[in-house]
Design a protein around this ligand. Structure first.
Ligand SMILES: [Zn+2]
Length: 384
């Protein structure tokens, strides 16, 4: 077992689906380089052409909506919705698949988006919470991942609505193949139908998702991606906005959305949330414990992702980023572990018993207090 870091950012090769080139540079860094060579005016013309075609298609179909956008009310989806409406002149139908036990901040943000830019129609999907909890428990016990089930619905719902309402365009946000460099799992084009290859949807199908539970397939409608070939035959397109829009970045989207009323986790201690920015993953507190688990499985958490964006986009040196990662990565306040336990209906002891099974013991050791500590140093290639 070894863990190698990208020579340019601090991305470790333990991320599933990651690829480095021969010089040891990750594909997310290579994309950042490529971005500088892109003719963005030309990309925008391509996008405008796609938008114009969607408008024409919608009109021909007697449809009032031109496109569907899945929204959480967070920084990315706020940017997407307003960009589609104001810059591309589209009439978007928004779809929100609210997480079970949405946070106050998350509720504010979706209500805020609802009213922005003259207002949007939002279809809100409130999933069966009994089923959602069963799925969360199963995925926690089997895979050490609390939110795997809800990610299915997040992805599938906008495709389902586009398919049902016969709306010709789906606008997705960020392609992880480009910004995280997970090119082994996904292609890097602007076509978002490659969503079916995405990490969150891979690995098992609905049958496997519900196997061993008493959940019926009849309860899984909104977890199931429609047939993509059929959607293509109906003339439905899906794109990644980030591929076409020069402005797209984590920080730009946050600034853009804060200026329009987005709330963040402004009052919490950053050590408790395992990140140093306050404007991502706002609608669910289960995310916080989940990122800690990811850290213990792979040796990196949310602060690493943030730091890598900042290095690539020139806001942070690799050295300063190491400090931020050491300080925040994988941290999770007791209160968030309690929230996760309460949701999963387990005790804190049971929680740690399950986590202990999933910790990568090559990368972490348990100290005398029973706390998992890294054997590796951030940014230094590590061999066991
Ligand atoms: Zn890199």
């Amino acid at each position: 077992m070894h863990m190698k870091y990208c020579k340019r950012c601090l991305q470790p090769d333990t991320r599933p689906g990651i690829k480095f080139n021969e010089e040891g540079i990750c594909y997310a860094c290579l994309w950042e380089e490529e971005k500088k060579k892109i003719d963005w005016d030309e990309r925008f013309s391509e996008l405008q052409a796609i938008a114009d075609e969607a408008k024409k298609e919608a009109k021909d179909r007697g449809n009032l909506y031109d496109c569907v956008i899945g929204v959480s009310g967070g920084k990315d989806s706020t940017f997407q919705a307003i960009y589609a409406k104001e810059k591309l002149g589209l009439n978007p139908l928004l779809v929100n698949c609210a997480p079970d036990e949405i946070t106050e901040v998350g509720q504010h943000n979706i209500d805020n988006l609802n009213k922005l830019s003259g207002g949007f129609d939002i279809i809100s999907i409130k999933l069966n919470p009994v089923v959602a909890k069963k799925l969360a428990r199963k995925s926690f016990f089997e895979r050490g991942n609390i939110i795997a089930g809800s990610e299915y619905c997040l992805w599938a719902s906008s495709y389902i609505i586009a398919n049902k309402f016969n709306i010709p365009l789906i606008i997705q946000g960020e392609n992880a193949a480009l910004t995280l460099g997970t090119v082994l799992r996904q292609d890097t084009s602007g076509d978002a139908f490659n969503v079916s290859k995405l990490d969150t949807l891979r690995g098992f199908d609905i049958d496997e998702l519900i196997a061993g539970t008493d959940i019926s397939k009849r309860d899984m409608y909104f977890y199931n991606l429609p047939n993509i070939d059929e959607m293509k035959r109906k003339g439905i397109k899906a794109i990644w906005l980030q591929y076409y829009a020069k402005e797209w970045s984590q920080v730009y989207n946050a600034d853009f959305s804060i200026a329009r009323g987005l709330w963040g986790r402004t009052r919490v201690d950053l050590h408790n949330i395992g990140r140093y920015r306050r404007y991502s993953a706002l609608d669910s507190d289960l995310q916080i414990a989940n990122q800690m688990i990811k850290y213990l499985k792979f040796g990196f958490g949310f602060a690493t992702d943030e730091a890598c964006y900042d290095i690539r986009e020139g806001r942070l040196s690799r050295e300063d980023a190491k400090w931020l990662i050491r300080e925040y990565d994988g941290k999770c306040g007791e209160e968030y572990i309690k929230i996760a336990c309460k949701y999963l209906e387990i005790t804190v002891d049971e929680f740690w018993n399950v986590i202990d099974k999933f910790v990568n013991k090559d990368l972490f050791y348990k100290d005398e207090q029973g706390k998992w500590c890294p054997k590796f140093k951030v940014g230094e290639d590590f061999d066991v």
